[in-house]
Unconditional design. Structure first.
Length: 182
């Protein structure tokens, strides 16, 4: 009888351990530490980065599925800033550029609020690809968004870096997209 009790307890314990493993998985990092990641499905996104031909080209990435579009919109924008795409594409933003906020305005517009370093350095070409890289990326992943307002440090500005007018909501510019996404 006691033996049956022990076997039952061990079985329950094993079932418990196995069920815990289905909620998260442990990944060994190269430094030997472990990270635990969610088993929730990821959403494939497309980020549009400039290439040497002066057009925006797709770079696929993944974000965690979120409960709402607003959270996913923020994740897409953060992924765009944080990623260093393949060798033939470049991230037009300075390294370590951060977002203050990203949010929907109504059903078809969004606001992207950058910290000031997002507008540091570069000329008209860099400014164009920073603005339209993020706007076209947002529109590609959220087709319902028809225009994006760019603000810096919570303030509206006339231009982002002195060349492109950002005083109003800006629609995507499909002519900047490479052939593979037109």
């Amino acid at each position: 009888m006691f033996r049956l009790f022990q076997i039952s307890l061990i079985t329950i314990f094993l079932i418990f351990l196995l069920s815990c493993g289905s909620f998260s998985k442990s990944d060994k990092k190269t430094d030997g530490s472990e990270s635990f990641t969610s088993q929730e499905p990821k959403r494939e996104i497309v980020l549009l980065y400039p290439g040497s031909d002066q057009l925006l080209h797709p770079y696929k990435s993944f974000i965690e599925n979120k409960d709402n579009n607003s959270s996913e919109l923020e994740e897409v924008a953060r992924e765009y800033l944080n990623l260093n795409p393949s060798s033939d594409l470049v991230n037009p933003f300075p390294q370590n550029t951060k977002l203050r906020a990203v949010y929907f305005v109504g059903e078809d517009r969004a606001v992207v609020d950058f910290y000031s370093m997002a507008s540091d350095g570069g000329g008209a070409e860099e400014e164009t690809f920073r603005i339209y890289g993020i706007i076209n990326t947002i529109n590609f992943n959220f087709p319902e968004i028809k225009a994006v307002k760019i603000i810096v440090e919570g303030q509206e500005k006339e231009t982002f870096m002195g060349h492109v007018d950002i005083s109003n909501f800006i629609p995507p510019e499909p002519s900047l997209n490479g052939k593979e996404i037109q």
